[in-house]
Design a protein around this ligand. Structure first.
Ligand code: KG4
Length: 340
């Protein structure tokens, strides 16, 4: 008999539902919330209200697109945390009610585990090559920058992580002070393609081991920019492509330096990328370059599986279903905690 999992994701500002059948993705519907743009960041209260409006139509559409009736579902997987509490509660409550009404198991998923396992999403008719265990995963998102040793679907060890800001957070803040808009990642990426990555140089951190730090870079960027703008009020307008390219190159270098160190230390050549920042072209190019230079076998999920999405929650749910690893109805959402 087939295993059909409905995945639900609502940890931040995207409401998403996806259906996976026997490991193959049938649908992945994402409703993004434009309401936050005017504020230059996610407003938690507005996010949870938007989730409430979106959740039913998004799940409905995911089932319709998949051609699956709700009675055919084997289980409902949902993001239990970490994330914004008000946002999580909408998905968690919906998932529990939906599963209970259908009399099927519920599966709680750690959002970060989901990002890593996005590398295992398969689509009918596509090559679907997946990493072999153990492999390294660089997880870079708005809230996390981690190097993870993935030993199996459920055994992951964080080898290094940021001690302050995440890479995405630094990009978003720098973009905001340049007046470029929110979220900064895609804007910086686009501008960087037309700029000179060597035009400006910014401080790089000296953190021992495999940990990261991005707050020093952010501060040095903001400080330099203030000085330049004092001399020339149109400085950003004149130099935005070079600024974006130099900032992106510095962040990519910081990320890759530690990843290379980890790969050497653990003697691993299978390296995957995950999280929203993995959409970045500079980082993707650096991965390809490392594959050529160091013989890495690299895995970069499709763009739609790298930012917040329910397909990654559904695939994690699919693997947990194999182990009959279900969650009791009283399991609460959690806002903080790293990988489980
Ligand atoms: O994983 P994600 O969708 O969710 C959170 O962690 O909230 O990651 C969002 C982050 C944001 O910081 C966004 O600016 C960044 O991913 N991002 C990018 C790009 N697309 C999204 N950063 C750099 N280049 C991109 N193309």
């Amino acid at each position: 008999m087939s295993t059909i999992i409905l995945g639900i994701e609502s940890s931040c500002d995207d409401t998403s539902a996806a259906v996976i059948k026997d490991g193959y993705l049938l649908s992945n519907v994402i409703a993004s919330q434009a309401v936050h743009m005017a504020y230059g960041g996610v407003v938690p209260e507005l996010a949870s209200r938007a989730h409430q409006q979106n959740i039913v139509p998004v799940v409905d559409q995911a089932l319709k697109q998949a051609g699956v009736k709700k009675e055919e579902l084997s289980a409902v997987a949902f993001t239990r945390g970490p994330g914004l509490m008000g946002s999580l509660l909408v998905g968690v409550s919906f998932a529990k009610g939906f599963a209970r009404s259908l009399g099927i198991p519920m599966i709680d998923v750690n959002h970060l585990t989901g990002h890593v396992l996005a590398n295992f999403i398969k689509v009918e008719g596509e090559p679907n090559e997946v990493p072999q265990f153990p492999f390294l995963c660089l997880l870079v998102s708005g809230g996390n920058s981690q190097i993870i040793l993935v030993k199996s679907y459920k055994d992951m060890e964080i080898l290094g992580q940021t001690i302050d800001d995440a890479a995405g957070e630094a990009i978003d803040k720098c973009s905001k002070v340049m007046g470029l808009g929110y979220p900064g990642g895609p804007i910086i990426d686009k501008l960087a393609r037309q700029g000179d990555p060597k035009a400006f140089s910014f401080n790089k951190p000296h953190i021992p081991g495999l940990d990261y730090s991005f707050s020093g870079l952010k501060t040095s960027f903001l400080y330099s920019l203030k000085k330049w703008i004092a001399d020339d009020p149109d400085f950003v307008e004149h130099h935005k492509t070079d600024l974006a390219a130099s900032l992106e190159a510095t962040i990519v270098d910081i990320l890759m330096d530690k990843l290379r160190k980890a790969a050497k230390q653990y003697n691993i050549k299978e390296v995957a990328l995950a999280g929203g920042v993995s959409a970045n072209n500079g980082l993707r190019n650096a991965f390809r370059d490392h594959a050529k230079r160091y013989g890495w076998k690299i895995f970069i999920p499709k763009f739609s599986y790298t930012t917040d999405n329910a397909a990654m929650i559904a695939i994690t749910g699919y693997y947990k279903y194999q182990d009959q690893d279900f969650c009791p109805i009283e399991a609460p959402a959690y806002s903080r905690v790293s990988i489980k």
